[in-house]
Ligand binder design. Structure first.
Ligand code: PHE
Length: 373
């Protein structure tokens, strides 16, 4: 007689009853169908097909059944587990396809959308216009010459033929630099114009001299819409044999046409500067209305205030006294010079009405000029 089958415990193997297995299968299929994404499906897989799932545990009980019942139970559990595997695989494929679709939509890049202007730093319009002005002269064969902003009074005034007590010095509201011991007349100032670079160029360069000098200048002007204590000028100096006022006019016309447009007329009217003789102020025909605002029935023009002309520069033939001061023979050499405001040119050229806009550092101002690298 064989030993009694002690391992058979009807309570433990109740999990193998057909409706129990069916219940486990139904629970599993419901959980798989309810899984809304791959993470939830993974949780359902662990719960219903993992090593600790009810069906896996039931499967482990098969050996405890009487031998005659094992095959039947094994088939039932096996079928349920196969159905779950199959359903899991199908749902997995479905959810992956859904995810791939969503990625295509969520991560799509519309290359036709307008792009944001990069907020990387950009150069200021006064800087870029200064370079353009300089380039005009460089293309005409001039060399760039620079001088210090903290300048000796001698270069700024004396060498430029401003006599010590001459009222012409009053033309410039000068900021003097106090001496080391606080003296007011230290002989050092913040240059009031770029003209001292003329002297520096003549003293250091071999003749003929053709130089262009852009740079910052300072005066005690109070800040308002049209004045600033700091501003930029660009100066042009040519000293050679046989230069005449015709050459000056030619240089000015070439420059105005390059900056403001071809065909613009220029006009010289007598003026006074101690370092040029004769001296003149330069006006150009208004590049916006081209004089139309001055004619009967013409629309008023904001840019030239309906004058038809815009004053842009000071100029003249280099004063022979200045040539002598720099050791240049005035019987052999002559020259011309002119100087103009770069900030002012930005205002004129781009219709900016308030000079303060040019240095308040508001990027909305610079951005309107386009970002030049
Ligand atoms: N330096 C003069 C000014 O600032 C301008 C100028 C330059 C005049 C060159 C004549 C020649 O007013």
């Amino acid at each position: 007689m064989s030993a009694p089958n002690n391992a058979y415990d009807p309570v433990e193997v109740a999990v193998l009853a057909p409706d129990e297995v069916q219940q486990m299968l139904d629970d599993a299929l419901r959980a798989i169908a309810a899984a809304a994404d791959l993470d939830q499906l993974k949780a359902a897989r662990i719960a219903h097909a993992g090593d600790r799932s009810p069906l896996a545990l039931a499967n482990a009980e098969i050996g405890a059944l009487p031998p005659a019942a094992r095959a039947e139970a094994g088939r039932r559990v096996g079928a349920a587990r196969a159905a779950i595997r199959q359903t899991l695989a199908e749902r997995q494929a479905e959810l992956e396809a859904e995810r791939d679709q969503r990625v295509l939509i969520d991560e799509a890049v519309d290359v036709t959308l307008p792009w944001d202007r990069s907020l990387a730093g950009a150069r200021h319009p006064v800087t870029t216009l200064g370079e353009r002005l300089t380039d005009v002269f460089v293309s005409m064969g001039y060399e760039v010459a620079e001088g210090p902003e903290v300048e000796a009074e001698w270069y700024n005034f004396d060498a430029l033929n401003f006599p010590p007590d001459h009222p012409a010095r009053e033309m410039y509201d000068t900021i003097f630099v106090a001496g080391r011991h606080g003296e007011q007349h230290s002989g050092v100032l913040l240059r009031t114009h770029t003209s001292p670079v003329q002297i520096r160029a003549l003293l250091t360069r071999p003749l003929p001299v053709y130089v262009v000098s852009p740079g910052k200048c300072y005066r005690t002007d109070t800040l308002d819409a049209t004045h600033s204590p700091v501003f930029q000028q660009i100066e042009c100096l040519a000293v050679d044999e046989g230069l005449t006022m015709a050459d000056l006019r030619g240089a000015i016309s070439a420059f105005v046409e390059a900056m403001f447009g071809p065909g613009l007329q220029t006009r010289l009217r007598p003026d006074f500067f101690p370092f040029t003789e004769p001296s003149a102020d330069v006006s150009m025909e208004c590049h916006v209305c081209r004089g139309a605002s001055t004619r009967r029935g013409g629309e008023p023009c904001r840019v030239c205030r309906s004058q038809g002309w815009i004053e842009i520069a000071g100029c003249g033939m280099v004063n022979p006294r200045m040539l002598v001061a720099c050791g240049v023979d005035p019987d052999r050499y002559s020259g011309f010079a002119f100087g103009l405001g770069i900030d002012r040119s930005v205002l004129i050229r781009n219709g900016v009405t308030d000079i303060r806009d040019t240095f308040e550092g508001d990027v909305r101002f610079s951005r309107a000029f386009g970002m030049e690298a």
